[in-house]
Design a protein around this ligand. Structure first.
Ligand SMILES: [Zn+2]
Length: 464
């Protein structure tokens, strides 16, 4: 839903909000013809980085520049750039083209002169997402840039850009746009679009957007669509409340980036807002199914579906949601010791059982292979490796059911991981084993590992 954003995207420097230092620098550079070979734009999303990059590119190649620095927006070159069909202005999103091949393709192409314009300009957005190899290839190009080639790199996370790349670039910081400025832009847009509004609603949208114009306009558009063209504060609050788009997107993207810190913050927000978790996850599934070509998102969609099933049987829903989400995020984080990390983020009152080494390898396998049902039930069960048999005692009846239904799969996978052929016994207990006295516990375990079954509290009766 970026119609408004695209429609009101700035077309010249004059329309860029709040980045006066950036505007001034480019106006002077263009007027004096002193253009650097590579720029790095750093700042939060929606603050105008790619808009400025495009305006700058248009202006450099414009056939009839206005006032010495503004693009005319009507000449052939300006129109081609706007339509994204210019051969001399190449935009690339590093979030989806992270690899060395794309950068090599650029490196191979930069030796050719611009096809018909003065400059050949490469705009690489979210440059921090490039792989290390791709960065190295890029660096080579930045070190010996061809005369008429300009690189504009943009990032929301400059700390992830190698120092060697930063030092080759002129770095420009983009600031968050104050919400008062965002609000006045939203007012203008509403008036133009014939949308009625309560000013308090626009205030709320502006502060939700956290300094990003793009988010502000997307939110405005979303809310207008649901509000029958009259945006009220209460309507805005109810739309932005449960499972709001931004929370979902932040949840999904922090998992895909393996960013546990952002994920934890998002999860805290979800908790504070009292969001219904099942509802929230259903929205995640919906988001995933609306973008089926996005591989990462499809995986998160599957994860959300599994998690919804499991949450239905969980008493400590929130703690479970948190642990599972962080585990999922760790899968996307390279070189991390998952079990070490989980202990740090483990919420209070949520016990992660310790497991033995072969068993630990099995659990680790499931955490990576993605069978969430097996993984989470094993994590919450007591597992006793007794040589010939492995006894898995579950404390939640449905866990026992899940494990029994997957028994064959589990023993086969255990065999292929450890080369050990053992018999798995799945038992359940209504009493935590560590609450049972020592001299009784051992015989119980022995009996369970021979016959399976269920441990009931004294006086309890197995109902069949
Ligand atoms: Zn032009």
């Amino acid at each position: 839903m970026d119609t408004l954003y695209l429609k009101y995207r700035p077309q010249k420097f004059e329309e860029i909000m709040w980045q006066d230092h950036v505007k001034k620098l480019f106006m002077n550079a263009i007027r004096s013809g002193k253009i650097a070979h590579s720029y790095l734009f750093s700042g939060p999303r929606g603050t105008g980085k790619t808009s400025v990059a495009r305006i700058f590119a248009k202006s450099l190649n414009c056939e009839n520049r206005v006032d010495g620095y503004e693009p005319c927006n009507v000449c052939e070159s300006c129109k081609e750039i706007d339509a994204e069909r210019s051969l001399d202005v190449i935009e690339m999103d590093a979030a989806s083209n992270r690899g060395i091949d794309e950068i090599r393709a650029i490196r191979d192409r930069v030796v050719y002169l611009p096809s018909k314009s003065k400059y050949k300009i490469y705009i690489i957005d979210e440059v921090h997402m490039l792989t290390r190899e791709a960065f190295n290839a890029l660096l080579k190009t930045l070190e010996e840039p061809p005369e008429s080639t300009i690189f504009i790199l943009a990032t929301t996370e400059i700390q992830k850009v190698p120092e060697t790349v930063i030092s080759r670039c002129q770095v420009l910081d983009f600031r968050r746009i104050p919400s008062i400025n965002i609000r006045s832009k939203l007012e203008t847009v509403c008036k133009n679009e014939g949308i009625n509004y309560e000013i308090e609603a626009l205030d709320h949208i502006s502060s939700e957007a956290a300094g990003g114009m793009r988010d502000a306009l997307s939110l405005l558009e979303e809310i207008a669509r649901f509000s029958n063209n009259y945006i009220t504060l209460s309507g805005t609050l109810s739309i932005l409340g449960e499972g709001s788009t931004r929370m979902i997107e932040s949840y999904v993207s922090s998992i895909l980036e393996g960013n546990v810190d952002t994920l934890s913050t998002t999860i805290e927000m979800i908790e504070e807002e009292g969001v219904d978790l099942i509802n929230f996850l259903e929205n995640v599934v919906e988001l995933a199914s609306s973008r089926i070509n996005d591989n990462g998102l499809t995986k998160i969609g599957k994860f959300a579906i599994d998690l919804i099933q499991l949450l239905k049987y969980e008493e400590k829903q929130f703690a479970f949601f948190k642990v599972m989400s962080i585990f999922e995020a760790l899968k996307y984080k390279k070189d991390s010791n998952q079990f070490e990390k989980i202990e740090k983020v483990q919420p209070v009152n949520y016990e992660i059982k310790t497991v033995k080494s072969d068993v630990e390898r099995l659990v680790d396998f499931y955490s990576k292979s993605g069978d969430l049902a097996i993984f989470s039930t094993l994590m919450q069960s007591d597992i006793k490796d007794r040589g010939d048999t492995i006894l898995v005692i579950s404390y939640v009846p449905i866990h026992n059911e899940i494990l029994k239904s997957k028994a064959e799969q589990i023993s086969e996978e255990f065999k292929s991981i450890t080369s050990r052929e053992v018999k798995f016994i799945f038992a359940s207990s209504e009493i935590p084993l560590d609450k049972i006295e020592d001299d009784v516990r051992e015989p119980i375990i022995k009996i369970l590992s021979l016959f399976g079954g269920k441990v009931l509290p004294e006086g309890g009766e197995e109902v069949g």
